[in-house]
Ligand binder design. Sequence first.
Ligand code: PLP
Length: 395
Amino acid sequence: MLVYADNAATTQMSRKALDVLFETSETVWGNPSSLHSVGQKAKEILEDARLRIAKAIGAEPKEIYFTSGGSEADNQALISAATFGARKGKKHIISTRFEHHAVLHTLQKLEKQGFEVEYLDVHRNGLVTADQVREAIRPDTALVSVMYANNEIGTVQPIREIGAVCRAAKVPFHSDAVQAIGHIPVDVVRDNIDLLALSAHKFHGPKGIGVLYARKGTLLVNVIEGGAQERGKRAGTENIPAIASMAAALEESLQNLEANRDRIIPMRDRLIEGLSKIPHSCLNGDRSSRVPGTVNFCFEGIEGESLLLLLDAQGIEASSGSACTSGSLDPSHVLLALGLPHDVAHGSLRLSIGEYNTPEEIDHILTVVPQVVEYLRNMSPVWEDLENGKRPHIL
Ligand SMILES: *Cc1c(COP(=O)(O)O)cnc(C)c1O
């Protein structure tokens, strides 16, 4: 049995998204900037997709900018808000310790340019609060950036309340909603969001395409210079097939949102209950404020990497955190942000399931993971020390 349980890293394209990608590539190959009819046909598809994507998140079409994905959208959002903030003498930015690297690395770059970034602590339950944001806002705050749902542990932040705090203080609010869009309802008006990033490949669309939402009146700077596409804010010939496919994938996800949730949550909850029975383990992040599909566990006395390799050998494709940190020896910055000690954070496992998984696959995971954890613990000198009382158990 092959079980793909790494949907937070990327998802398999849906049949519908694949069909639209292929058909659009074949029939709508014009350049939307061309004035002839082949070009104008492409322009129509582009504007239709913009309208549908806008509608899906409660935005207006002119607030939608197509980008190469979530990372580019995050980069442009942060750099824009920082640039226009600085022009008014505002160089203070508020974010959190457990953002995606697309946000964290952009903020680090801004710090080198003289911005002061305040990284809010994340509670052990994987949540930040609107009060934390309220207390951190200063007269010179140029931007608040808090992710909607965390990619490693799946916790969903109180975005509406945080947005309301920012709106009241007239501070632009950006949210990396890549893990939320297509999985839980997001509405940029209800949530008081000024800038938002989404990415098609996290909801069964193609890779390399995403959206930056920028509320009316929110100024943008270019990160890609060139032609006047996207109202002059993002140069480059638009990837019409991918854009049309993304619109189809998003609509499909939203049409099936409740049915998928009702299917995925019971499977996820079974994972949580089953894996919690493993001694000296813990679920990372709040039990209920989370996206339907993502769970993250720590198991004391083992290495996440060895666990992943053995699971892969048993047909289970999972992750120890984000795809970007796997391969490095540092424990996940997200788990450290929750206050987990290094040793414990090393023994982590992220399982992110979706509507393509089956209850039988969950059974398989629940049979294999406890066996593999026990096997690894039996070979682990750290576990021996824990069992002999030479080191105290933390979990
Ligand atoms: C995947 C992901 C991104 C990056 O999106 P890409 O389209 O792969 O560039 C950014 N933020 C979060 C939370 C993600 O999960």
